[in-house]
Design a protein around this ligand. Sequence first.
Ligand code: UDX
Length: 440
Amino acid sequence: MNICVIGTGYVGLVTGTVFAELGNEVVCVDNVAEKIENLNRRKLPIYEPGLQELVERNHNEGRLKFSTDAKSAVEFSEIIFICVGTPSSDSGETDLSAVEAVAKLIAKHMNGYKIVVNKSTVPVGTGDLVRNIINKHCVDGHKFDVVSNPEFLREGQAVNDALNPDRIIIGASEKQVAYRLLELYSSLQAPMIITDVYSAEIIKYASNSFLAMKISFINAVADLCEMVGADVEDVANGVGRDPRIGVDFLNSGLGFGGSCFPKDVKSLLHTSGKLGYDFNLLKNVLEINEGRVDRFTSLIRRRFPDMKGKTFAVLGLAFKPNTDDMRDAKSVEVINDLLKGGAVIRAFDPVAMPAAQKVLPSITYCQTAYEACNGADALLLITEWREFKLLNLEKIKQTMKNPVIFDGRNMYNPERKKRLGFEYFGLGRKFSNHMPEKGK
Ligand code: UDX
C-alpha cells in the first residue's frame, strides 16, 4: 500500500519505518527541513535500538522516503497517518495545534479518497475535530474517513514493540474502513480490536494512566514499607505474582517521567474535568509521583546536611534506560535540587549526555561510570541502565571519598552492597541505612 506518515518524531519515524519493513511504500513527511535532510543522510534524530539498521535497509531499497513535500506525499497515498506532537499545558490541556495544521494540509492536498489515521495521542473527540477541519478545508469534496489507531510503543524498545504489538486497536465508524487498515497489519501476529473512534481514543489514555497508577501505587506502598522496615521489592513480587495484577510496572523508585505518562495522565484528568467528572484517583497518581524526587533528595540531605562542596556521582540521566530522551527525566529535578544546595555533580549516561548537556549545562560529564565515581562523596543511581548493575562496585568503592549509594531505582541488592562496605539508601528497601530495624 502507499502510505504517508506526517511527523517524524518517535512514533512517526518508527511507524513509517516498520510499515516499509512490512513491504509498503512509505513517505515520511516533516516540516523541519533539517530533520529531513539528516534522515536522507540516514542520520536519525533519536537514539532507538535497532532503528538505524531498519531505516538504512528500507531507505536503500527505496520503500522508505523522507520529504518536506506534503502535497506529493498526500497525493501519493491511500492512507495518511498523523503522527505529530501533542504537548500539554500546565493545566493538562492537550495542544492540538499541530494536529489541526496537518488536518488542514491534508484537506488542501487531497486528490481522491483517503483514510486519515490518527496515531498521535489525542483526547477523545479529536477524530471529530479532524473530520470537521478536513470537511471545511477540502475544496474538491473528496471522500475520506478518519480512523483512530493509537500507538503503544515504548521508547528504548520501540522497534520491537511496533513489530510485535500486544494488540492493534482500530477505531472507525465503518467496519470496511477498519478492515482496510487491518490489511496493513495482517502480517503481524497480534490481537486486533475494532471499535468506534471515541473508544479507541480513550483506550490509549486509559492504558497509560493505568500503568502510571500501578507505578504510583507501588511507590505509595514503598513509603509504607519504610515506616515498618518492610521491603517493597518483596512486596511487589508477592503482589505481582497474582496474574490479575502482574509483576510489570511495579518497580518503585523515583517515579515515572518521559514524554507520555505525565502528559497523558494530566490530559485524561483535564478531559474528565471538562466532561464534569472529577477523576480524583488520577490526581493522587500525579501527586504521589511528584513527591518522589523530594523523598529521594531528602534522604541525601539527611546523610549530607551540608551539601556545599560535596561531590555526587550521578549514574543515568535519560528518563529511562535505552533511550537518550531527557523529557521529564528525574535526573534533571534531582540534579537541580542538589546544585541549589551547593553540590558538585559528576554525571555519566551511556547515550543521553549530548541531550542532557542542553538542559544541564553546568555539571561535569564523565566518560565512564568509574570516572564519575572517582572521589565522589556518594553514588546516585538515577536511571537503571543494565550496565550499572554490572559495575565492579568493589573497584568503585576504592576510589570514592565515602562509600555511599543512593539507589533511586531500587536496582541494587541492599544487603550485598552493605556487605561490600557501602552505606545503602533505597526507597522502601529493607536493610536500607535509614530504615527502622523492625520487620527482620
Ligand atoms: C509509555 C508506555 O509504556 C507506552 O505503551 C506508550 O506508548 C508511551 O508511554 P515510555 O514513556 O516509552 O512508554 O516508557 P515506559 O517504559 O512505559 O516508562 C515510563 C516511565 O515509568 C519511566 O520514567 C520509567 O522509569 C517509569 N517506570 C516504569 C517506573 O518508575 N516503574 C516501573 O515499574 C515502570
